[in-house]
Design a protein. Structure first.
Length: 51
């Protein structure tokens, strides 16, 4: 392989890895529900508040 091909392959491998590394550390996801509903973490959906 030529140097050019090796550098191209390295760049194609490194680009997605560096992009995913910038998103590390996000542990809190926020969910916004419509008025009159609350987020149910078990089902992962918004549930209607009764009462």
């Amino acid at each position: 392989m030529t140097i050019k091909a090796l550098l191209t392959a390295a760049a194609l491998i490194a680009a997605p890895l560096s992009a995913s590394a910038t998103c590390m550390g996000h542990s809190d996801a926020r969910m916004t529900c419509a008025e009159g509903t609350v987020f149910d973490s078990v089902s992962g959906t918004c549930k209607v508040v009764s009462g």
